[in-house]
Design a protein around this ligand. Structure first.
Ligand SMILES: *[C@@H]1O[C@H](CO)[C@@H](O)[C@H](O)[C@H]1NC(C)=O
Ligand SMILES: *[C@@H]1O[C@H](CO)[C@@H](O)[C@H](O)[C@H]1NC(C)=O
Ligand SMILES: *[C@@H]1O[C@H](CO)[C@@H](O)[C@H](O)[C@H]1NC(C)=O
Ligand SMILES: *[C@@H]1O[C@H](CO)[C@@H](O)[C@H](O)[C@H]1NC(C)=O
Ligand SMILES: *[C@@H]1O[C@H](CO)[C@@H](O)[C@H](O)[C@H]1NC(C)=O
Ligand SMILES: *[C@@H]1O[C@H](CO)[C@@H](O)[C@H](O)[C@H]1NC(C)=O
Ligand SMILES: *[C@@H]1O[C@H](CO)[C@@H](O)[C@H](O)[C@H]1NC(C)=O
Ligand SMILES: *[C@@H]1O[C@H](CO)[C@@H](O)[C@H](O)[C@H]1NC(C)=O
Length: 432
């Protein structure tokens, strides 16, 4: 356009040249330059002057409102500033450019032949980081619809969905309003439980981003019914042990709580529930039973069970020591192993079929054995006494009573001395 204007000028001077005898025509002209600026930036609009002779220069906006009349501000818009005005050039700036400022700015020179040139201002709107909208909640076995949205760009931004470095083709739509374009890209993908948390991203590219991409990362949120698993402690549980069962729950959304119960019974009094654990301190056989852990969310429910069998405390054998005849019991209570809780009971009381029954009989038998041993001891002591007394009858009664006096009260001893031969009767009573 600029060149055409110069041509016009030359043509004009040619006409002047032909019409007048002397070729002294001074040709004034103006030349405008197109401007491209980012939204919010500052645009510099320049009108170059040729052979300026002091004519009035008028600059108008796209609506043909006069911004500057020969250097004087006409329109009240503080964003416009006259930067310079000399015989070569008129520079004006426009701050905080918006898309509404777009269009042709007129550089007009009032001479005999009023002519003008237009500087086209182009505003570019780079896209923001796109957003992801979930149209339908992802449920396992279903499909998820995701929309990547870039609400403002100019020219239109390009949106791509990427998963595992591969593009997922989607449906792209563009809507223009007030010169800016809203771009969206919608995909529908089938989802399974394992897709929960999977990374997917939406990339936006645009001329104003200089080959850089803005990437919105998104993690798939796939809802699924819970799964429940009771994690029991290892090993055999015995009376007095404490038991902690952990209910391991998955599910999306994660069930807010778990429900502990016991089949056909109430939970034991000593059971403590904290979050997903059930703790029973000091187990007893009354805690035998089937324990259930249940959980649910909007997509279903799940449960797991654990059968608790409490075995009798082996340390019952240990407590036998309290009876003051340890040397008699130790061969039984201490077989090869030294740890009382890991006694191989079937070795002592073999009954391989039912370990519970084994433990039960085991508790009765040691007491019977100990009782028998005690009875034998007492019997032996009595026998020894009888023999001793019988022997002493044959000797002097006074000698016997002297020996007994070390053990008995003084009064009795005195009596024994006085009573003489009668004393053996009294002595016998004491010993028994
Ligand atoms: C300025 O922009 C207008 C409109 O886009 C175009 O017609 C014209 O050729 C451009 N002028 C120059 C010098 O690039
Ligand atoms: C227009 O402004 C220029 C620069 O300030 C000045 O030289 C010129 O005389 C002015 N023209 C008129 C007609 O006022
Ligand atoms: C720029 O213009 C917009 C409206 O187009 C306005 O909301 C914003 O406050 C302006 N910014 C400045 C720094 O003037
Ligand atoms: C069971 O044995 C443990 C030690 O092994 C002991 O601490 C606990 O008191 C015993 N419980 C009963 C009921 O005997
Ligand atoms: C619970 O009770 C029902 C009927 O009373 C019975 O059929 C079922 O076997 C019991 N379950 C357990 C684990 O004891
Ligand atoms: C058994 O012996 C322990 C110490 O070895 C003692 O603390 C406990 O009171 C005794 N129990 C009985 C019933 O005598
Ligand atoms: C316990 O003893 C029985 C019989 O001697 C044997 O068969 C079994 O393997 C033993 N168990 C352990 C855990 O030592
Ligand atoms: C608990 O279970 C154990 C192991 O099976 C068994 O020996 C015991 O008799 C049971 N106790 C009760 C009260 O059911």
């Amino acid at each position: 356009m600029a060149s055409s204007l110069w041509n016009y000028c030359f043509a004009l001077s040619a006409v002047f040249f032909l019409s007048s005898t002397v070729g002294t025509v001074r040709c004034q002209a103006v030349q405008a330059e197109n401007v491209t600026v980012l939204e919010g930036g500052t645009a510099q609009i320049s009108c170059r002057l040729q052979n300026y002779d002091g004519s009035i220069v008028v600059i108008q906006n796209p609506r043909r409102q006069t911004l500057f009349f020969n250097g004087t501000r006409a329109l009240k818009d503080e964003r416009f500033q006259m930067l310079s005005f000399n015989s070569r050039v008129v520079h004006i700036t426009l701050r905080n450019v918006s898309v509404a400022d777009e269009g042709g700015y007129f550089c007009q020179l009032y001479t005999d032949d009023t002519h003008h040139q237009v500087a086209t201002l182009t505003v570019i709107v780079p896209p923001e980081l796109p957003t992801v909208e979930v149209k339908t909640q992802a449920v396992e076995g279903g499909e998820v619809e995701l929309t990547c949205l870039s609400p403002r760009s100019k020219p239109a931004a390009t949106l791509r969905w990427i998963r595992d470095r591969r593009e997922i083709p989607g449906v792209v739509s563009q809507q223009e309003a007030n010169k800016v374009i809203t771009v969206s890209n919608t995909i529908r993908i089938p989802v399974e439980r394992r897709d929960n948390g999977a990374a997917i991203s939406c990339e936006v590219s645009h001329p104003a981003l200089n080959n850089q991409r803005k990437v919105r990362h998104y993690r798939l949120d796939v809802h699924f019914a819970p799964t429940v698993r009771i994690v029991p402690p290892p090993g055999i549980l015995r009376e007095g042990d404490s038991l902690t069962l952990t209910c391991s729950v998955s599910g999306n959304p994660l069930p807010r709580s778990v429900l502990w119960s016991r089949v056909n019974d109430t939970l034991p009094e000593r059971a403590e529930i904290s979050d997903s654990t059930l703790t029973i301190s000091r187990l007893s056989q009354s805690h035998n039973g089937t324990y259930f852990c249940q959980a649910h969310n909007n997509y279903g429910r799940a449960a797991d069970h654990y059968s608790l069998l409490v075995y009798e405390n082996v340390s019952v054998v240990e407590s036998v020591k309290n009876v003051s005849v340890p040397h008699m019991v130790s061969p039984i209570s201490r077989p090869a192993t030294s740890n009382p809780t890991s006694l191989n009971l079937s070795r002592i009381f073999p009954d391989p079929k039912d370990p519970g029954a084994v433990v039960e009989t085991q508790s009765a038998v040691p007491y019977a054995v100990i009782g028998g041993i005690l009875a034998l001891l007492v019997f032996a002591v009595i026998c020894v006494l009888i023999v001793t007394i019988w022997c002493s009858v044959r000797q002097k009664g006074s000698y016997l009573t002297h020996e007994a006096s070390g053990l008995d009260e003084h009064g009795e001893v005195q009596e024994a001395f006085l009573n003489g031969s009668d004393s053996r009767e009294g002595k016998k009573e004491y010993l028994l």
